[in-house]
Design a protein around this ligand. Structure first.
Ligand code: BDR
Ligand code: CA
Length: 315
C-alpha cells in the first residue's frame, strides 16, 4: 500500500524537484498539493505546481491555492534566489489543468478528517502557514496526522536569510511554532542536511544525460538556482533543499538524526525565525521533533536521478 501524502509547497526550483520525485515514486500516493506563499506569492506558486504536474504528465493531481501571506505581518519573498517566476531556468508552457475551487486549508482539514487517524503524512516544503491555519481552525486535526515531514530550520549551519533563521521558518515563525507544538510526530529536514546535498557539476550532468525534455527542464532549473548559492558559499553547486523531504519517505536509511526539543523564536529582532534545537538535551523540554543532521548525499542523487528517469520523456 502506498503512503498517502499531501504536499504543501511554494515552487521554487527545489520544490519542483521534490514534486517530481514524489510523482515518480509508486511508494507514495499524492492526495493533493496545496500552494503556499513563500518563494513567490501564491498566485505564482499555485501556477508553478500545475506546470510541474503537467511536465510529469500528471494532470490528474488536484492542486489547491492556500493562504496569501503569513499569520502575522507581510510576506517576504525570494525572487532574488528563484527569479521573478519562482521557477526561472526552464521555459514551461502555461498550465491548462485547473486549480481546484476549494481553499488549500479546507482541503487539508477535510482530507485529514476523512481519513483514518495516522494514515496521511503532510510534507511541507515552504512556510507552514496553510498547515498552521488548519491546525488552529480544527483542534482535532493534529491527532489525525501520521507525521509532518518538513524542510526548514538549521542549527549547526545557522540561517540562510539572517544569521539565525532559515527562509521557510523566517517567513512565518508563528506558523512554525504552531506546527512544532501541535503534538503530531514531526521530522525536520534543516539546512544542516540540505547543505550537504550539493548540485555538483557531475551530479547535474548525470541528470542531463537522461536526455529527455524533462531532464533539460530540471537541469535548467538547477543551473539557475545554484548560481546564487555557489557565489554565496563558494561551493561546486548549491544545496538542494526540498527533495530531501520526499527522499526521506522513500529511503529513510539515507538519513540520520535524533529526537529532540525544537522551539521557534518568534519575537526577537536579531533571531526571529530561529529553530532552537536542544540537540544536546540540556533542557527538560519535550522532545517534539526528529531533527535530521546527516545524509548520504550520493545515495540521495542516485535515487533522484533514477526516479526522474521513470517520468514520461515528453509531457
Ligand atoms: C527553503 O527556502 C526556499 O527558498 C527553498 O525552496 C526551500 O524550501 C530553503 O531555505
Ligand atoms: Ca520551498
Amino acid at each position: 500500500m502506498p503512503q498517502k501524502i499531501i504536499i504543501d509547497t511554494d515552487p521554487g526550483q527545489d520544490d519542483a524537484l521534490a514534486i517530481l520525485l514524489a510523482l515518480a515514486s509508486p511508494e507514495l500516493e499524492v492526495l493533493g498539493i496545496t500552494a503556499a506563499a513563500g518563494n513567490v506569492p501564491v498566485a505564482l506558486t499555485s501556477k508553478n505546481i500545475r506546470k510541474v504536474c503537467e511536465l510529469a504528465g500528471r494532470r490528474d493531481i488536484r492542486v489547491f491555492a492556500g493562504c496569501e501571506g503569513p499569520m502575522q505581518g507581510s510576506l517576504f519573498t525570494a525572487e532574488y534566489v528563484h527569479g521573478a517566476t519562482g521557477m526561472d531556468g526552464a521555459d514551461l508552457p502555461e498550465p491548462t489543468m485547473p486549480l481546484q475551487a476549494q481553499h488549500g486549508v479546507d482541503f487539508l482539514i477535510e482530507t485529514l478528517m476523512a481519513h483514518e487517524p495516522g494514515t496521511v503524512t503532510i510534507c511541507t516544503l515552504g512556510p507552514m502557514t496553510n498547515l498552521a491555519t488548519a491546525l488552529s481552525r480544527e483542534p482535532a486535526l493534529a491527532a489525525r496526522i501520521k507525521s509532518v515531514v518538513l524542510m526548514g530550520g538549521g542549527l549547526f549551519e545557522g540561517g540562510n536569510v539572517t544569521p539565525a533563521a532559515e527562509f521557510n521558518i523566517f517567513v512565518d515563525p508563528e506558523a512554525a511554532r504552531i506546527v512544532l507544538s501541535c503534538g503530531a510526530p514531526i521530522v525536520m529536514m534543516p539546512l544542516d542536511v540540505t547543505h550537504q546535498v550539493l548540485t555538483t557539476a557531475k551530479r547535474v550532468a548525470a541528470i542531463k544525460a537522461l536526455g529527455t525534455p524533462l531532464a533539460d527542464a530540471v537541469t535548467g532549473w538547477l543551473e539557475f538556482f545554484e548560481r546564487f548559492d555557489e557565489a554565496k558559499y563558494g561551493t561546486d553547486g548549491g544545496p538542494l533543499h526540498d527533495p530531501n523531504v520526499i527522499a526521506y519517505l522513500l529511503k529513510p536509511e539515507l538519513y540520520s538524526g535524533r529526537l529532540c526539543n525544537v522551539e521557534i523564536e518568534t519575537t526577537s529582532e536579531l533571531t526571529k525565525g530561529m529553530t532552537v534545537a536542544d540537540w544536546w538535551g540540556v533542557t527538560q523540554r519535550p522532545k517534539n521533533a526528529f531533527f535530521v543532521r546527516d545524509v548520504d548525499a550520493d545515495g540521495f542523487y542516485t535515487l533522484l536521478t533514477e526516479r526522474l528517469a521513470r517520468l514520461p520523456a515528453k509531457p
